[in-house]
Design a protein around this ligand. Structure first.
Ligand code: SF4
Ligand code: SF4
Length: 286
């Protein structure tokens, strides 16, 4: 089963939930944690894995063979990312904008485009301490996380339970991360910002036809709009985590709830059971 842990906005406690769920499940299950938040991967702060494998992620960017090029401009017209431009008898390639889609090479009538690899990040993995851990890291200054996320997801071992930590927001990296999941856990907080961004996140997962449930973190600090919204939209609130100085202290020290407050381990196991029931119920009726 693949469970994505996402949030419409940053700082809601998504990492705390993803890592606590993984730690709680590891004794009785085969568990894999994929950190797809490749611009700011921080699950490792909680899990402290010993990284034993590292793989470079590259994208193929075009290089122009000036001997063959006729400066027809087709490559520039075809590029959806404005990564290639033709001015008179000059072809300019902007590697930072190139997504490596290969369209320019495919459509070049003169076969004047070859590709060279450009490194944009790495994927690291570890199998220590009962959790198979994989994280992507987008290189500093790079703007194309999709290829790194795709590479992280190639490690998916759906024989067991896969927990995918997704970047905040609702943009392409989020869609790339959660697509293929059996369930999406949306972590939010009871504030106007949390409510607004949760509604956007729900819209995204519904478009992908992925069932979802909500975790309300810092429960008790704000208003009741998130709960009212969930009732209205028929979205189950599967867990509430109170605003608590002890939990905040654990978080600041990089300790999961399941380890720092062992009573939470049982609560996260119950959360998993609820998710499992919802996924099974859906598969019965689909
Ligand atoms: S499509 Fe090919 S031939 Fe035309 S400008 Fe681009 S590289 Fe040159
Ligand atoms: S590979 Fe794709 S994104 Fe890159 S320059 Fe060519 S068409 Fe544009």
């Amino acid at each position: 089963m693949i469970i994505s842990v996402a949030s419409g906005k940053g700082g809601t406690g998504k990492t705390l939930v993803a890592t606590s769920l993984a730690i709680s499940l590891k004794d009785g299950h085969k568990v894999q944690l994929l950190d797809c938040d490749v611009e700011e991967p921080n699950d490792h702060i909680f899990l402290k894995p010993v990284i034993d494998r590292s793989e470079t992620v590259s994208v193929p960017v075009p290089r122009i063979d000036e001997e063959k090029c006729t400066y027809c401009g087709i490559c520039a017209d075809i590029c959806a990312y404005n990564a290639i431009a033709v001015f008179g008898r000059n072809v300019l390639v902007f590697p930072e904008l190139c997504h490596g889609c290969g369209a320019c090479r495919y459509f070049c009538p003169e076969k004047a485009i070859v590709e060279k690899k450009r490194r944009i990040g790495i994927v690291e993995s570890s199998s220590s301490d009962g959790i198979a851990f994989v994280q992507g890291k987008l290189a500093v200054g790079e703007a194309i996380p999709i290829a790194v996320i795709r590479k992280v997801k190639e490690y998916t071992d759906s024989d067991g339970i896969v927990i995918t930590d997704v970047s905040p927001g609702t943009s392409c990296p989020v869609v790339q991360s959660i697509v293929g999941s059996d369930f999406c856990l949306l972590v939010t907080e009871p504030t106007p910002f949390g409510f607004n961004d949760l509604a956007l996140a729900v819209e995204t997962v519904r478009k992908l036809n992925i069932p979802c449930g909500v975790v309300i973190n810092r429960f008790g600090v704000g208003d009741t709009k998130v709960e009212e919204y969930c009732v209205r939209e028929n979205i189950p609130v599967l867990l509430t985590i109170p605003m608590d100085a002890g939990i905040a202290r654990l978080y600041s020290r990089g300790i999961t709830l399941a380890e720092g407050m062992p009573q939470w381990k049982e609560i996260f196991l119950e959360l998993f059971k609820k998710i499992e029931d919802l996924v099974n119920e859906r598969s019965r009726y689909s």
